[in-house]
Design a protein around this ligand. Structure first.
Ligand code: DHB
Length: 312
């Protein structure tokens, strides 16, 4: 029997596929749909302390090879997601879910994390260091000094299982420098990757989304090779206690297989979920199981991280 079950941060999940933050996770209705699909768990839309309307529309577009977005962190605010997650702890105590969050400033991030620390929430937390779409706010994770400072401050008081969502890096030195920071902390996972920030898509001599003059984060097929490179680079470098979540360009079971081969313990689906809806989890799970059966693998641990290089 082929199983796609996995473990992350000490918790067990019956499937290694789930949504990526930002897709099908804004409201409890959307979160319920992912929860009740074949997905192993869900992550919420990245929550700020208060409700945010986000950027003006159109702010998301499906493209032939993926998507472009500049949503601007629209979300219901921390309490909305916390209330729902606490309710689920009562009704589905055997399952674990993920809360994504970030503040609009370091102070706000600490205020949010202190509320989560003081709460009864028992799941995983994903701190988003890679939101590219709030005008005037650079991505934290492209500023290594700011990243190290915030992580040092966070781990001075935060004791719950915390992972971080990263943007793609494009230079080997940056993989090394980022790893030197992350390995200092009790981070339970790094999630590679958020969208490739600030792409531009043109149609009829015009941009296709309104915010930021058309600049937006790219997802989907465009980004799979970059995502796989980031998953594998961090898998090779991080201390073994830090697991990898693979996100970017997953449309098929083979794409999910490749993320796991690069070292991912969990695989998230963003653009393809937006295009296809939560029934996608059943399709990709079946495709992944069929590929594993064909290759004689029974669990994802049979091939996770076992990417082969070319020898002389
Ligand atoms: C948004 C986009 C992101 O890629 C992210 O990590 C957080 C928020 C957004 O525009 O809403």
């Amino acid at each position: 029997m082929v199983s796609t079950a996995t473990r992350l941060g000490g918790f067990a999940f019956d499937n290694c596929l789930m949504n990526a933050a930002g897709v099908w996770c804004m409201t409890t209705e959307e979160l319920e749909a992912v929860k009740d699909s074949a997905a192993g768990t869900f992550v919420t839309k990245t929550a700020t302390l208060a409700y945010r309307e986000g950027n003006p529309e159109p702010r998301y577009r499906n493209l032939p090879l993926g998507s472009i977005n500049s949503m601007g962190l629209p979300n219901q605010g921390l309490d909305y997601y916390m209330d729902y997650l606490l309710e689920l702890q009562g009704s589905e105590p055997e399952r674990t879910f993920i809360l994504s969050l970030v503040g609009l400033s370091p102070d706000e991030t600490h205020e949010i994390l202190k509320k989560v620390e003081a709460s009864d929430f028992k799941g995983l937390i994903e701190l988003n260091l890679s939101c590219p779409n709030v005008p005037g706010k650079p991505q934290i994770a492209y500023d290594f000094e700011a990243t190290e400072t915030i992580l040092r401050e966070v781990f001075s008081y935060f004791t719950k299982p915390l992972g971080i969502k990263l943007p793609p890096y494009f230079d080997i030195v940056h993989f090394d420098q980022a790893t030197a920071i992350f390995n200092q902390f009790p981070i339970v996972f790094v999630n590679c990757v958020n969208s490739i920030g600030n792409g531009l898509y043109i149609e009829d001599e015009q941009v296709v989304i309104k915010p930021k003059g058309g600049f937006g984060g790219l997802g989907g097929e465009y980004i799979k090779p970059t995502a796989l490179a980031n998953v594998h680079a961090f898998y090779q470098r991080l201390k073994p206690e830090i697991q990898i979540v693979g996100t970017g360009g997953v449309l098929t079971g083979r794409d999910a297989f490749e993320h796991i081969l690069c070292g991912a313990s969990m695989v998230q689906i963003g653009t393809a979920l937006q295009k296809e809806g939560p029934a996608i989890f059943e399709r990709i799970t079946a495709e992944l199981q069929a590929l594993m059966a064909e290759k004689g693998y029974e669990t994802i641990e049979d091939f996770r991280g076992k990417l082969q290089t070319i020898r002389d």
